[in-house]
Design a protein around this ligand. Structure first.
Ligand code: GLU
Length: 301
C-alpha cells in the first residue's frame, strides 16, 4: 500500500497560534501513526499580507514543537503557472467569467437587493455574488478588459454543478456532533466563488485543490472552519479530473470567550507562550493532546 501523505498549509500572514499548533501536531501524529509523510506548504498567494519574517517564524515554531516534515516545502507563490493552467482548463469548459464590480459596488448591490428581503450568504457569512456579469456578452467583456478595468474571475456555479452532480467526500472528522462518513457536497451554497483576480491568477480554493493533488496528499487534516469549503474543493477536483483525498476536519481551539483564535491575539501566539516559558509538552497539553507522543495519542478535549 502507498503510504499516506499529509500536509500542514499555513499562510505566512502572521505568527502561528495554538490553533495552528494543534493542526500541525495532529498532522504530524497521523503521519507517524500511519507511516506516512508530512509535507509543509506555505500558502503565500496574497502578496499584500504575506511576509518573509512570518514564513521564517513558521519553520522555527514548528521545529521548536518537535515537528519534522518532508522537503521540499512548496511555496504557492512559486507555482502560479500551475494555477493559471488549471484556470484555463476551467475557462475552456466555459465555467469562468470576469466580473468587474469593486467590493464597494458589490456591497451596494447587496443592500439594494436586501430591500426585498435577506440576500443569501455563504457558510462564512459573506453575501453571494449579486452581480450579473455572467450575462455580459463576449464583446462587452473584451471591451471592459481592454479598458484596463480590474476584475475577478468567477466560477459559474450553476453551470459547474450541472456538469458534476452528486459529489460527496469521506469525512473522518473528530467532532461527535459533526457529519462523518460520506458527506454530500453542496457547492451551490457558495454561489459564484472567485477563482482568480486580474493580478493574481489564483485563489485559495483553486490553489489548495491543485496543490493537494500535485503533492499527492491523501488525507487532509485541517480545522472545522474549512469544513464547508470542502464542497467547493470537491467540485473543483471533479471538474479538473483530480483525485479525491479523505478529509479529517478537527475541532477548533478557542479562546476563553469561545472565539476562534486570531493571529493578532498575542495571548495564544506560540512565540509569546514560548517566551513566557511554556514548553512544547506544555503546548500539547494546552491543546488537549497527550504530551509524550506528540499527537500520536490524543486525549479527549
Ligand atoms: N492556508 C489555510 C490557513 O492558513 C489552510 C488551508 C487548508 O488547510 O486547506 O487557514
Amino acid at each position: 500500500m502507498v503510504p499516506p501523505v499529509f500536509r500542514f498549509a499555513p499562510s505566512p500572514n502572521g505568527y502561528l497560534h495554538l490553533g495552528h499548533a494543534y493542526s500541525a501536531l495532529l498532522n504530524f501524529g497521523r503521519a507517524r501513526e500511519t507511516g506516512g509523510r508530512l509535507l509543509l506548504r506555505i500558502e503565500d498567494i496574497d502578496a499584500t499580507r504575506c511576509r518573509p519574517e512570518y514564513e521564517t517564524a513558521i519553520y522555527e515554531d514548528l521545529a521548536w514543537l518537535g515537528i519534522t516534515w518532508n522537503v521540499p516545502v512548496r511555496r504557492q507563490s512559486e507555482h502560479l503557472a500551475d494555477y493559471r493552467a488549471a484556470l484555463e482548463k476551467l475557462s475552456a469548459l466555459g465555467l469562468v467569467y470576469p466580473a468587474f464590480e469593486s467590493r464597494a459596488e458589490i456591497a451596494r448591490l447587496v443592500s439594494a437587493r436586501e430591500a426585498d428581503g435577506p440576500w443569501p450568504r455563504d457558510p462564512d457569512g459573506a453575501p453571494l455574488y449579486p452581480g450579473n456579469a455572467r450575462s455580459l456578452s463576449t464583446d462587452e467583456r473584451r471591451r471592459m478588459i481592454a479598458s484596463g478595468a480590474p476584475y475577478a474571475l468567477r466560477l459559474d456555479m450553476a453551470a459547474a454543478c450541472g456538469r458534476v452532480a452528486g459529489l460527496t467526500w469521506n469525512e473522518l472528522g473528530e467532532d461527535p456532533d459533526g457529519e462523518r462518513g460520506r458527506v454530500a457536497a453542496r457547492p451551490e451554497v457558495w454561489g459564484d466563488v472567485i477563482l482568480a483576480r486580474k493580478e493574481t491568477p489564483t485563489s485559495y480554493h483553486l490553489s489548495v485543490v491543485l496543490d493537494d493533488a500535485l503533492q499527492g496528499v491523501s488525507e487532509i487534516v485541517r480545522g472545522q472552519d474549512l469544513f464547508h469549503a470542502t464542497s467547493v474543493h470537491r467540485l473543483l477536483q471533479a471538474l479538473l479530473g483530480l483525485p479525491e483525498p479523505a478529509y479529517r476536519h478537527h475541532r477548533l481551539i478557542r479562546d476563553g470567550e469561545g472565539r476562534k483564535l486570531s493571529k493578532s491575539d498575542q495571548a495564544t501566539g506560540l512565540r509569546e507562550l514560548r517566551a513566557a516559558g511554556v514548553t512544547p509538552a506544555g503546548i500539547c497539553q494546552l491543546v488537549g493532546l497527550g504530551q509524550v507522543s506528540l499527537g500520536v495519542s490524543q486525549t479527549p478535549p
